[in-house]
Design a protein around this ligand. Structure first.
Ligand code: ADP
Ligand code: ZN
Length: 599
């Protein structure tokens, strides 16, 4: 029998277990490839985007295989989240962390072989006593979650992860499954090497998150713009803002403007309040958190319907990760970035503070981000190409695909603007430059004799309205940089543009319309005004409060939608709904059937 035959057989069994335990009809994406390896005792590194269903690739083996699966995970909040979901599906799971009071019981049941799944933090896993504990019973699998933490190339290096190898090596027969959502080629090679996983164990799923709709707009009135996004998306949302002060300010104004529960989250908040806001968010079906990027690392909330950036993220990698927190449940979600020229200016100014060798790298990151922001092409295509994929030209689910923006060649106008910057001494702001170029009779202009310059009044009214978006575009690409006193100076490829060696195009946003808003509304999957769906949601909320778990741990929205549409009449029919496994059928089936009968 070949390895492949073995894997196929194992997958047949796994499919039955998938139906029985999770209530899902089939595997998604690369799950079967990962499981085919793991279930036949071979190690693997699974690089799968957020929401692809990584946890299932070790939870299912944990339930199926004899022995305990030990999962190493870097964040306690994340472990507890996973624990709740695993238990809700009837998997015998426990966590061993500094936050758990029941560690004695956990160790006892582990020793007695009564656990399918044990979660531990890396600092504990690397201790010698832990190795002894593991030797006391049979192990089925090591799962190393957030495996990029093992690599210095990754974005979140954790030295404790480096200490895992001796532990893994002392159980040579136990396969290892490393999991991560983001790892470039260098990081992947590093993870394989560090954790002793053979190179053929790499399973790479695409980066695409098709259910997320990307939109990038200029920021003219963030409160109004984000309030608009909130109006279109009644579900939970995250708004990222660059500073603590802006977080506080936006949270207050959005709460005011929308009347919704909007809360701040940043590292400067009182720890109690921060924790309370985070748990309220996880449990909520409609709350919005305004946060610095400190938020999101430890949460695994599947039903986040929108992520809005009130300013530019640090890089495309950061953007992908932050927007990736939307729509993990696979339902439609939207990611909107609002940007201003000043964002790029500030980011470029910060570059100067970095050591020389880092500057180059960071400048490239910023340029890549500016390209994404400025492009008239498909956003998703730009994003996926950045990650080395070869996506189709158009995705049909981003702002530029849904409404093609106009592109105009403004090379001549750019040369006029840049030369006005040069001739006025590279110390005036946009307002003054515009007055000079359009020939405005202004006191300040006469005083400085700028009305005698060759660039005075060389831009007509038609072109004048393009000056602002042009200035923005030139700042985004770094051809114009701000001076310390609020002026603009030449930089980057400004000389090449002035010499006519480089062309400049700008993207003209589509005329203001409510279309994007309407589309977002159409994008939401939940029915509006369906009394049965609402009643099922109410029941879910009651059960969630009783059991002190977030509503999605009981059932995802998609499960309630299926119930409302199919109206199952019996336990049997209920069990056929995707997402209703044996344990949940047993625990909740009757209660939901009753609601269906009564509505
Ligand atoms: P990741 O860890 O990769 O971000 P999760 O493991 O949290 O993703 O899974 C995301 C969601 O997809 C979960 O709610 C999970 O129950 C669901 N899911 C996983 N596998 C399947 C599947 N084969 N069919 C349907 N839903 C699935
Ligand atoms: Zn697109």
């Amino acid at each position: 029998m070949t390895v492949q035959d073995d894997a196929d057989k194992a997958l047949d069994r796994a499919r039955n277990a998938l139906r029985d335990i999770f209530g899902y009809s089939d595997f998604r994406g690369a799950q079967d490839e990962v499981l085919g390896r793991v279930l036949t005792g071979r190690s693997a590194l699974a690089v799968m985007p957020t929401g692809a269903g990584k946890s299932l690739t070790y939870q299912l083996p944990a339930a199926m295989l004899e022995g305990t699966c030990v999962t190493i995970s870097p964040l306690i909040a994340l472990m507890h989240d996973q624990l709740r979901s695993a238990r809700a599906n009837g998997i015998r799971a426990a966590t061993l962390t500094s936050a758990d009071a029941d560690w004695r019981e956990t160790i006892d049941s582990f020793r007695a072989g009564e656990l399918d799944l044990l979660y531990v933090a890396p600092e504990r896993a690397s201790q010698p006593q832990f190795r002894e504990l593991l030797a006391s019973t049979r192990l089925s699998l090591f799962a190393i979650d957030e495996a990029h933490c093992v690599s210095e190339w990754g974005h979140d290096f954790r030295p404790d992860y480096r200490q895992l190898r001796p532990l893994l090596d002392s159980f040579p027969d136990v396969p290892r499954l490393a999991l991560t959502a983001t790892a470039d080629a260098r990081t992947r090679a590093d993870i394989l090497g560090q954790l002793g996983i053979p190179a053929d164990g790499l399973v790479l799923a695409g980066f695409d998150r098709p259910n997320i709709r990307y939109a990038i707009r200029h920021r003219d009135n963030p409160v109004r713009q984000i309030a608009g996004i909130m109006a279109d998306n009644p579900g939970p949302g995250i708004v990222y803002a660059p500073t603590r002060r802006k977080v506080e300010d936006l949270a207050a104004k959005l709460a005011d403007a929308t009347g919704r529960d909007v809360r701040p989250y940043h590292a400067g908040l009182d720890p109690e309040e921060r924790k309370a806001n985070q748990s309220a968010f996880v449990a909520s079906e409609d709350m919005v958190v305004v946060a610095t990027i400190a938020f999101g690392m430890g949460i695994d909330k599947p039903d986040v319907r929108f992520v809005a950036h009130a300013g530019i993220p640090k890089s495309i990698e950061a953007y992908y990760q932050e927007t990736g927190r939307a729509g993990r449940d696979g339902d439609p979600a939207i990611a909107v970035m609002l940007w201003g020229a000043g964002d790029f200016a500030t980011a470029r100014q910060r570059l100067a503070e970095l050591p020389q060798d880092r500057q180059m790298e960071e400048r490239e990151r910023l340029n890549a981000l500016a390209m994404l922001v400025e492009t008239a092409e498909c956003r998703r295509a730009v994003l996926l190409r950045h990650f080395g994929e070869d996506p189709p030209e158009r995705c049909g689910n981003c702002d530029n695909c849904l409404e093609r923006p106009g592109v105009t060649d403004v090379t001549e106008l750019a040369r006029k603007l840049l030369s006005a910057v040069y001739r006025t001494g590279q110390s005036f702001g946009f307002g003054h430059l515009k007055k000079v170029l359009t020939g405005s009779q202004d006191e300040r202009i006469r005083q400085r004799q700028h009305d005698r310059l060759s660039v005075f009044g060389i831009v007509g009214a038609e072109d004048a309205r393009l000056l602002q978006p042009l200035s923005r575009a030139l700042q985004a690409r770094g051809a114009l940089i701000p001076t310390d006193h609020g002026g603009l100076a030449l930089a980057g490829d400004a000389p090449a543009i002035l010499k006519g060696e480089k062309a400049v195009e700008i993207v003209l946003p589509p005329k203001k319309s409510s279309r994007s808003g309407r589309q977002a509304r159409n994008g939401a999957a939940n029915p509006v005004g369906d009394p049965l769906f609402d009643a099922l949601r109410d029941l879910r909320k009651t059960l969630a409060e009783e059991q002190q778990v977030p509503p999605y741990v009981i059932f995802h929205d998609s499960v309630l939608r299926d119930m409302a549409a199919q109206r199952p009449r019996s336990q049997d029919q209920m069990g056929r709904i995707s997402g209703v496994g044996a344990k949940k059928l047993d625990a909740y089936g009757e209660a939901f059937l009753k609601v269906i009968r009564e509505n």
